[in-house]
Write a protein that binds this ligand. Sequence first.
Ligand code: GLC
Length: 647
Amino acid sequence: MYHIALTHKILDLAKKHHLGKSVNDQNFLMRFIANIDEIHHIFESIYGQTALFSEQFEALIQSIFETHLCRSKALKDRDYQKAKEGNWFLSNQLMGMSLYVDRFAGSLKGMNTKLNYLENLGVNYLHLMPIFESPEGESDGGYAVSNFRKVDARFGSNEDFEKLQKELQSKNMYLMIDIVLNHTSHHHEWAKKAKSGDKEYQDYFYFYNDRNIPDQMDETMPEIFPESSPGSFTYIPEVDKWVMTVFHHYQWDLNYRNPKVFNEMLSNVFHYGNLGVDVLRIDAPAFIWKELGTTCQNLPNAHKLLQLIKLCTEVATPGMALLGEAIVAPAEIMNYFGTGRFINHECDVAYNATHMALQWDALATGDTRIMLSAQHELLKKPFGGTWITYTRCHDDIGLGYDDYMIEQVGYTPYLHRNYLKNYYGGIQEDSPAAGALFAVNPKTNDARISGSLASLCGLEKAKNAKDPQKIEESIQKIIMMQAHSFLLGGIPIIFYGDEVGYENDYSYLQDSGKSYDNRWMHRPVIDWKKNSLHTKKGTIENRIFTATQQLIQIRKSHEAFGDYKNLEWLDSHNKSIVGYKRNLKGKTITCLFNFSDQLQELTHYIFETNGKRPKKVKDLITGKEFKIGMDHDHLVFEPYGFYVLKE
Ligand code: GLC
């Protein structure tokens, strides 16, 4: 809707702030006029009742104009290219890696020397784990930010970051970083002022004089880190008050009921946009709005705030896509792509955390039926939005898919989850997996799982036992798990180290800033001697690296692996084998995966589900051709084997 009076009022405002130059840019003006009414509407619906509404709305407009004025010509050109391409992030050409700069390359400067390695693997999209200032020891891996604009000296300087961004851009690589929207470190200057008793800054957070409201809220708010930071509030002796801390006690939740907080954080979002970030990972967006009597997750106003950010970035930094890191139930996750008229105007990308966990579920049981029973929800993702697909990341694996999905295949949810926790969590002694339980909550019996891809797939135990057959099996599991997620649709993100099979690293137990958080077991410090073995034929590193590289090449060579609502699940008639078809422009590729440790067979009837039986297919992994015969003919699968069959 175009609101003429409002638009003119705002353009006058822009002139008042000497921002007239932006008004002369036709592309910007078009985006501005198209979105401003909606921006005003959402801002008013959240903040209309606050005394600061008009002042802060004016500040928001000013910030949009200033951001556009400061945006470099190079970025504006890149915006234009991306707009021409449209939905560039759906492409099969993107292949990501997520890494800690210091643990991977020592520093930002060091990153420049590792780009060849990444390019050789096929990676062209980098997720740098948080690099902004964060107090050592109370850092949560950088997710407790004390200065959103200053690169932490551990990694280098702001200039180093800018250089790296330019280098990536010149290589046509994409950059993703985080904005930690939900909280700041207690060392952030706002928190320090609040601690010193400054009321204005106490309003940037949720402060309470006593335990009355915190006690009521604790009743309904799930605990995120029940072992290391139980409850959601922390006592601050300096002011004799309680502050909301949903995550660790040193991460203070920002109060988005205060429009100043929104504007301050939006200007940080814009700042990252103007640094040349291609995808901004919005950390923990499910938590940004709180209401008494609720879980304080996924609330309607959290979505409104995300939509507001999206519309503002569409105007000011249009080439920057937004990834909402919401690790929530299957039905909830869809809402992050936007609902109603906001479809595709909230987050462009979300983590397919449900599917990630379901891969681990199938691997432990050899039964893929729960994975299948969840797909009707995951297929609801709208065209234009995409997933991050992954097997491992820096976080734990949560088993948060719905109970009914487990019940549908005849298992009891409680017992089934217990089985998985025992299998992966270091409890079941004869399990091939080496992992640990994370965030165990004795009140709810909930727990999540830590462990690296290789260790959870059995490599660590197999190597310790010097069992060549088990080593083979674990390598095959790793490759099959990666293949399944790379080809599924979405942007695959490998976690650094997994491309050469890093096992768990238990040295975090010696570091008091990390020992309380076993997620550090799967965040390796890269030993480049080990990584260089990827060129030495026959080593484990070489086997995993070359297989990963091949999968990436296969993904990049076939447009059908892009994410264009072109995924169909197959009913395989063999519970250990799951398959999907990727179709595009008349081309079909059928991907079939055996999640069991046994030889399996599948009749050729599979090729008839959802389509006409082709005469022959070619396996893109081995190059082998198969004539497709009658129903009694069958494909044979090695344990954890898979096929990528092009018609
Ligand atoms: C996200 C991050 C996680 C962090 C949390 C709090 O979930 O991925 O590592 O602990 O947010 O910022």
